[in-house]
Design a protein around this ligand. Sequence first.
Ligand code: BMA
Length: 353
Amino acid sequence: MITKLQTLVLAMAALLFAGCTQKAGTPETVMDMLSQASESGCFIFGHQDGLSYGKNWKVDDYAGDDLTRSDVKAVCGQYPAMIGFDLGGIELGNDANLDGVPFDFMRRAARMHVSRGGIVTFSWHPRNPKTGGDAWDVSDPETVASILEGGENHEMFLQWLDRAAEFLGSLEVPVIFRPWHENIGSWFWWGGRLCTAEQYKALFTLTYERLKGIKDMIWVYSPNADASWESYMERYPGDDIIDIVGFDCYMFNSNEAFIAQMRTALENVSTYAKAHGKLYCVSETGYTAIPEAGWWTGTLLKAVEGYNPCYLLVWRNAWDQPAHYFAPYEGSPDSENFKEFVASGRPKLLTEK
Ligand code: BMA
C-alpha cells in the first residue's frame, strides 16, 4: 500500500534524483495518473498482453522486436494506456509464462510501455503448489492450508514468492499488482470453497509482507463480480494493504444481466472507495469474441455510465485460439464501434502513436 507520507517522500526523492536516474515513473505518479483519469471522468484503458501478441499474430523475435504492434493501436491509432502481463510460471523459475511469453521480453515490454507514458499491471496464475497441477486445479482443498505458516509447502511457497518478487523488482517500473484474483468463485485453488476467509487473508498478507520490501507496488483486490458484497468484504485483505478495490466482470449472458452486474459491483466498490480513500477499477472485463458489433458503446459504456473507475482492462487476444479474444483487431466487425468508444472521451489511451 502506498501511504501519503511515502508519496511525499518518494516524490521528493524523485525530484532530487530526476537529473540522474533513468527510472520512468514512480508508484505515486501512477496513482496520480489513475486519480486524475477518474476525477476527469475517464478510465485508463487496458489490454492484457497487448504488446506480446494479438489476434492472428505474435512477437517472434522476442529479443529484437520493436514493440510497436498492438491490436488496439491497429484499430484506433493509439496504444492502450495500460498493458497487463501474467506471472504464471515465474514461481517455478520458468523462462516463459503459462501463455508462452518470455519473462525477459515482458521486462522489456513493461519498460518500453512505461517509457511511452503508460502503466503496467501484473496478474498471476501460479501452478497448484500442492498437486503440481495448474491454477485451475481445485482438486485439493488443503492447498492453501499447505502453504501458510506451519503447512508442509510453506518453505517452497516462500521461494515462489521470492521468485515473483525478484522478477517484479527487476522491472524497475511501478507495478499494479493483482494477485489471488476471482477468489470468491471456486475455479482457482485459492477460491471461495478452497479456503476459509481467514486463510485467504493470510495468503494475501503473506504475499504482501514478502513482496512489499522488494518493490513499490500498487495493490489491487479483484474478486469476481458475481459475488455478494458481503463475501467480497469477508475476504478483503485490509485497507493497510489494498490501494485499489476492483472486480472482474465478464459478459456471459444478456446485455441487461451484464450491465446490471457491472453497475451493482461499481456501486459497491465506488461507495467503499469513497469512504476509505481508495480508488476503484474494473480489473478485467470483456465479451468473448465480441459477437455484437456495437458492444463497446451500446453495452460497455452504458455499464460504466455515471461511475469513474480509474482503469478498465479487457482480457487478452490469444493469437493461437481463434475464439479467445476481447479487444478489437484490424478489420474486426466491432472496429468502427470501438473508435466511437474511444471518441467518447471516456477511455484513456496513450497519446504517443
Ligand atoms: C485465462 C485464459 C487462459 C490464460 C490465462 C492466463 O483467463 O486467457 O487461456 O492462460 O488467463 O493468461
